[in-house]
Design a protein around this ligand. Structure first.
Ligand code: SN0
Length: 319
């Protein structure tokens, strides 16, 4: 693997999941692989799980880690070409990314969408420029449209738990929209759909009208605006808010009836409930579910380490 920005960069998903689960059993089995190699983790937005899990994954492989909170500690970056930089931006991405590439063997980058210009976000303008100018392999720590490290951890978690209720060879996995007070990226939902569309699962997306995901990521997944219909016999329910893709970046609904409760779980096959975190309690997900036995949110977060470690291994062995 030369970079990790989407499931499209992965040639063998099963192998990557197996590698991650092997690291979960034996975290230090490749502790020399990353010796004298440096990863730089560059954040333009906040992070808890991605930052700490990727750092731990790199340390488990013997790598050196540098972290930069670019938004708070770096110079304001310019990304457009040919501009006269006489306003707020101080440094062009051409130099900034190239310099980081001089110091690091691998770079991880987080850059959320601005949710203003769909074209700018969905062409991954910032990410593609960063990749072009840094000259080293790049791992997405969440881009404008995707969050593949999260989706790999989610895929691993489903693999681990799919046989725990009844023997389910092809589990029903439901991605449900949930309410939120802020317009959030579509990245986690897009990415989860992209991975589930390639998994051995019966995948259903449910959301209020107007919240269709980009067709490129929703693919052939079944879509329904009837949440109860989607939840029937579900084995896994993935809860996430996203803002509109079509009416770009807008909030069309804050209907609290879309929040998952124990009552709603009764229609499912005792479904396990997933969320990438951070979660706004009693807006996106109820206390009773988060504190109950069906929640897998901490297991997902813990699998972030093994997901990142498997990805870094693939990149390190192909350098
Ligand atoms: C991000 C998102 O893409 O939805 C990161 C998820 C891993 N979430 C948020 O920005 C939440 C912000 C909030 O105010 O709740």
């Amino acid at each position: 693997m030369k970079q990790f920005t989407s499931v499209v960069d992965v040639s063998d998903i099963d192998k990557l999941v197996k590698t991650a689960l092997a690291y979960k059993k034996s975290p230090y089995s490749d502790k020399k692989l990353g010796e004298n190699k440096t990863i730089g983790l560059i954040f333009l937005n906040p992070s808890l799980r991605t930052r700490l899990s990727t750092q731990k994954a790199a340390l488990n492989l013997g790598m050196n880690v540098m972290v930069m909170n670019m938004d708070k500690e770096g110079w304001a970056l310019e990304t457009q070409d040919g501009v006269v930089m006489n306003y707020t931006t101080v440094e062009h991405i051409k130099e900034a990314a190239a310099v980081m590439g001089q110091y690091c063997d691998i770079l991880g980058v987080r850059s959320f969408p601005k949710l203003v210009d769909k074209e700018e976000d969905y062409t991954e303008d910032f990410f593609n420029k960063f990749i072009k100018y840094c000259g080293v392999p790049v791992v997405s720590l969440e881009s404008a449209t995707l969050h593949p490290l999260q989706s790999l951890a989610d895929t691993i978690t489903i693999e681990e738990y799919k046989n725990t209720n009844v023997i389910v060879s092809k589990p029903k996995v439901v991605l449900t929209w949930a309410p939120h007070i802020k317009p959030l990226p579509q990245a986690v939902a897009n990415s989860f759909a992209e991975w589930m569309n390639r998994a051995e699962v019966d995948f259903v997306i449910t959301h209020p009208t107007g919240y269709n995901l980009a067709p490129k990521f929703a693919g052939n997944a079944k879509v329904t605006h009837n949440q109860n219909e989607a939840l029937r016999n579900a084995d896994f329910v993935y809860v996430k808010n996203w803002s509109c893709y079509e009416d770009y970046g807008k909030i069309l609904s804050q209907d609290s009836n879309w929040m998952l409760t124990n009552e709603k779980l009764k229609i499912t096959n005792q479904a396990k409930v997933m969320h990438c975190l951070p979660v706004r309690r009693n807006i996106e997900l109820s206390d009773e579910i988060l504190d109950g036995t069906n929640s897998l949110v901490l297991q997902q977060a813990s699998n972030r380490v093994w997901a990142a470690q498997a990805v870094l291994k693939e990149i390190l062995t192909n350098m």
